[in-house]
Write a protein that binds this ligand. Structure first.
Ligand code: KIV
Ligand code: ZN
Length: 511
C-alpha cells in the first residue's frame, strides 16, 4: 500500500464557515494558488449550489489550478451534483464530494428521513455523480454519532454505487482518538469492494482533539486527511493541516507515511489565511504561532545556543519561518527591494512593484529597519481586493471637550471619487468610526477590535483587526500603519468594503 497521505484542504468551504469569515472572490483565488504552492492534493473550493459567489469562485479556481484537484461539495440532491459538475468541468482534476447525514438525531430532527430512505438516496446520488466524475467522495455526515452497523451499511452502499473515497466526518468534534481510529479499522476490515477505496478523516475541534483524531485515523489506515489552514472552521474549527503535515514529517518513524506538502511554504500559507480571514494566529499555536520557535527560559536559551536540538524538534526554517534576515532600510533602492520580493517568494509585476516600492519608502522613512514581516504585511495589505476598492486618503483628529474627539475622514474609491465626512465620539477611535459610518451611510456594530504590532520594537507598525456586524452579516477587516488611528481607520474601511463586496453575493445554503 502507498505510504502517501493525501491532504484535502477545505479552508475555502468548511473554513469559510467560521463565524465572521467571508473571503472575497479575489482572496479565494489567491488562497487556492497558495494552497497549490503549499502542495495540497485536493482543494475543496466551495459548495457551488449554495450561492452564485461560491459557484463562480469554484469555476475560477478550477481554471486557475494545474496540479491540484478541485473539488465541490454537494448534498444528495441532483441539482447540487449538476452545479459541481458545471463549476469544476474545466479543472485539470475535477472532484465531487457528496454527503448526507446518517446519525439518528440528524435523520429524525433535520432530514425527517428513515434509514432506508437515506440508503436509497446514497445509492441514487453517488451513482448519479459517478456518471460525471471518475472520483466520487462520499461522506456520512455526523458519522461518529451514527450507529456502527448503519454506518457500515451507508459506506457499503456508497462504495457499491461507485464511491472511491469514503470520508468519515466527526462533524461535532465528539470522538476521541482510539474510538475514531477503530471506525477506520472496522471499515477497512468490513467493506467489500472490487475497486480501490481511500478512507479519509474529517475532524472538528470541539474537544480540542481534531488533530489527534486525524493522526489516529492514519494509524488505522486512513490515507487522506481533511482540514483547514490554522484550523479555522465552524465553531472550534477543523483539523489544522499544518500540524498534520509536520506531525507526519517529524514523526515519520512512527507514522511511516508522508504527505507531499512543501513544508517551507507553511508559514506563508498560514499568514495569508490569517490575513484574509481576519483571524490572528494565537502566539502559542503549534508550528505557525509567533512563539513556536522562541525560547524564553535561560536554561532553554543556553541549550539552544549549544545545540538547537536540545529544545527544538524542528527548525523554524523547515516551515518557512525566517530567523536571520537582512532588513531593508531607507537607503535601499528599487533593485534591493525587487530582489527581496523574489527572495520572499513573491512574483509581482513591474507596475505593482512601483506602487509597493513607494509604500516601502514611506515605511522606511519612519522605521530604521524594514523587516521581512513588514514587507509581507505591506504586500498582503496592498494586494487585498478591498483595500484597492477604497483607500483612506486622510484622517484628521481634534480634541473637542469633555473627552470628546472629532474626526474628519477622507476616502478615495478605485475610480478616484472622493468621499468625506466628520463626526465626534467619546474617544478618537469612536470618532473615526462614526465618521466612516456616515460616509457609508449604514448602522454598524463594532463586535471586536484588537491591536498588535507587526514586528517588535517601538517603531513597529500597528496591525488592527476589527469585526463588524452590519445588518445580519459579520465582516472583518485589517489595517496596518505606523499610526494606530490610521491603522484603525483602514481596518474599519476594509470591513465596510468587504460588506459591499459580500452583499453582491447571493446568500446561500450552508452545510
Ligand atoms: O463536518 C462535516 O460533517 C462536513 C461534511 C459536509 C463533510 O463538513
Ligand atoms: Zn466539517
Amino acid at each position: 500500500m502507498s505510504n502517501h497521505i493525501q491532504i484535502f484542504d477545505t479552508t475555502l468551504r468548511d473554513g469559510e464557515q467560521t463565524p465572521g469569515v467571508s473571503f472575497s472572490f479575489d482572496e479565494r483565488l489567491k488562497i487556492a494558488k497558495q494552497l497549490e504552492k503549499w502542495g495540497v492534493d485536493i482543494i475543496e473550493a466551495g459548495f457551488p449550489a449554495s450561492s452564485t459567489g461560491s459557484f463562480q469562485s469554484v469555476e475560477a479556481i478550477s481554471e486557475a489550478l494545474s496540479t491540484t484537484a478541485v473539488c465541490g461539495l454537494a448534498r444528495c440532491v441532483k441539482s447540487d451534483i449538476d452545479a459541481v459538475y458545471e463549476a469544476t468541468k474545466k479543472a485539470a482534476l475535477p472532484r465531487i464530494h457528496v454527503f448526507v447525514a446518517t446519525s439518528q438525531i440528524h435523520l429524525e430532527s433535520k432530514l425527517k428521513m428513515t434509514q432506508d430512505e437515506v440508503l436509497a438516496s446514497i445509492k441514487e446520488h453517488v451513482a448519479y455523480a459517478k456518471d460525471f466524475f471518475d472520483v466520487v467522495q462520499f461522506s456520512p455526515e455526523d458519522a461518529t454519532r451514527t450507529e456502527l452497523p448503519f454506518l457500515i451499511d451507508c459506506v457499503q452502499t456508497a462504495v457499491d454505487a461507485g464511491a472511491s473515497v469514503i470520508n468519515i466526518p466527526d462533524t461535532v468534534g465528539f470522538s476521541y482518538p482510539s474510538e475514531y481510529g477503530k471506525i477506520f479499522k472496522t471499515l477497512l476490515e468490513t467493506i467489500k469492494t472490487d475497486h480501490e477505496v481511500i478512507y479519509s478523516a474529517h475532524c472538528h475541534d470541539d474537544l480540542g482533539l481534531a488533530v489527534a483524531n486525524s493522526m489516529a485515523a492514519i494509524e488505522n489506515g486512513a490515507k487522506r486527511i481533511e482540514g483547514t489552514i490554522n484550523g479555522i472552521g465552524e465553531r472550534a474549527g477543523n483539523t489544522a493541516l499544518e500540524e498534520v503535515a509536520l506531525g507526519l514529517y517529524v514523526r515519520q518513524d512512527h507514522y511511516n507515511n508522508q504527505s507531499k506538502i512543501n513544508l517551507a511554504e507553511t508559514k506563508q500559507t498560514s499568514d495569508l489565511i490569517s490575513r484574509y480571514a481576519g483571524i490572528r494566529v494565537p502566539k502559542n499555536k503549534a508550528i505557525v504561532g509567533q512563539n513556536a520557535f522562541s525560547h524564553e527560559s535561560g536554561i532553554h536559551q543556553d541549550g539552544v545556543l549549544k545545540n538547537p536540538e536540545t529544545y527544538e524538534i524542528m527548525t523554524p526554517q523547515l516551515v518557512g519561518v525566517k530567523t536571520t534576515e537582512l532588513p531593508l532600510g531607507k537607503l535601499s533602492g528599487k533593485h534591493a527591494f525587487a530582489e527581496k520580493l523574489v527572495n520572499l517568494g513573491y512574483d509581482i509585476d513591474v507596475d505593482e512593484q512601483k506602487v509597493l516600492f513607494k509604500q516601502f519608502k514611506e515605511i522606511a522613512d519612519k522605521k530604521k529597519a524594514v523587516t521581512d514581516r513588514d514587507i509581507h504585511a505591506l504586500i498582503q495589505g496592498t494586494s487585498h481586493e478591498q483595500s484597492a476598492i477604497y483607500q483612506v486618503e486622510t484622517l484628521q483628529l481634534q480634541f473637542v471637550s469633555n473627552g470628546l474627539q472629532s474626526a474628519v475622514v477622507v476616502i478615495k474609491d478605485k475610480d478616484g471619487n472622493i468621499y468625506q465626512d466628520s463626526s465626534i465620539g467619546t474617544g478618537s477611535i469612536l470618532a473615526v468610526y462614526n465618521a466612516v459610518d456616515r460616509i457609508f451611510d449604514r448602522e454598524t456594530e463594532l463586535l471586536d477590535y484588537s491591536i498588535d504590532s507587526v514586528t517588535e520594537g517601538s517603531d513597529a507598525q500597528a496591525e488592527v483587526h476589527v469585526q463588524l456586524k452590519i445588518g445580519n452579516q459579520i465582516v472583518s477587516g485589517v489595517g496596518i500603519d505606523h499610526d494606530i488611528l490610521l491603522a484603525s481607520c483602514k481596518s474599519y474601511v476594509e470591513a465596510q468594503a468587504k460588506y459591499i463586496a459580500d452583499i453582491s453575493k447571493e446568500e446561500g445554503i450552508h452545510s
